[in-house]
Design a protein around this ligand. Sequence first.
Ligand SMILES: [Zn+2]
Length: 239
Amino acid sequence: MNFFLFFLFITQMATAKVVLIDPGHGGEESGAVGYLDAKRSRKIFEKDLSLRLAKKIKEELSKSTTAYLTRSLDRAVSLQERADLADLVKADLFLSIHFNSSTNAKSHGFELYYLDNNSNVANHKVERSENLNLKGEELIVNQILVDLVVQQTVSHSRKLAALVHEKIKPVIKLHKVDDRGVKPGLFYVLALSKRPGLLVEVGFVSNLQELKKVNQDKFMDQLAKAISSGVMAFINSSK
Ligand SMILES: [Zn+2]
């Protein structure tokens, strides 16, 4: 290793941030269920879509920084276990990957959430479905802890969300997925991780047309690149 490379190595060590990518659900908890055909014979689970996309994001991010997954297999991991992993790998940022669902088959679009207390009723439905733990019960989370974590992370999370959103916009536009924007949300997995972070709701698996778009490898590849480049923009701006 020559001197220049050595110098590069040292500066990378000093600035490398650890990103923990969290594919939603897993194992017996399949998350939202969608069908790839009108006859509803080809089932697809949110847990599989989120793992596919999370692996692509990890591959992208690993080119520039350190990235881990909360699960790399189809297995059940509780919200608390996901958060504990953030401590174990000393994560700086936490990215939770989900796909949306609605009883209204017409609901569609991409949403990006960051942790904040909010009173927006429309967001509560998404919060409820993502806050369930494995037994289908809501976790009891200490409100004081949540307030403290929000206070410590919200400015970073909001900035991270804005930078990631900027990079994502052209990709979802290209694939004709509507932009429902950046929103505050009370997601326990983000609160428990105690890190600045995001929760992505890529698109509605309950909408056949949208499911076909978001299930494409090309879409996932481009989205993974966009998310990673937004995350790296955040990391580089906070050096
Ligand atoms: Zn989910």
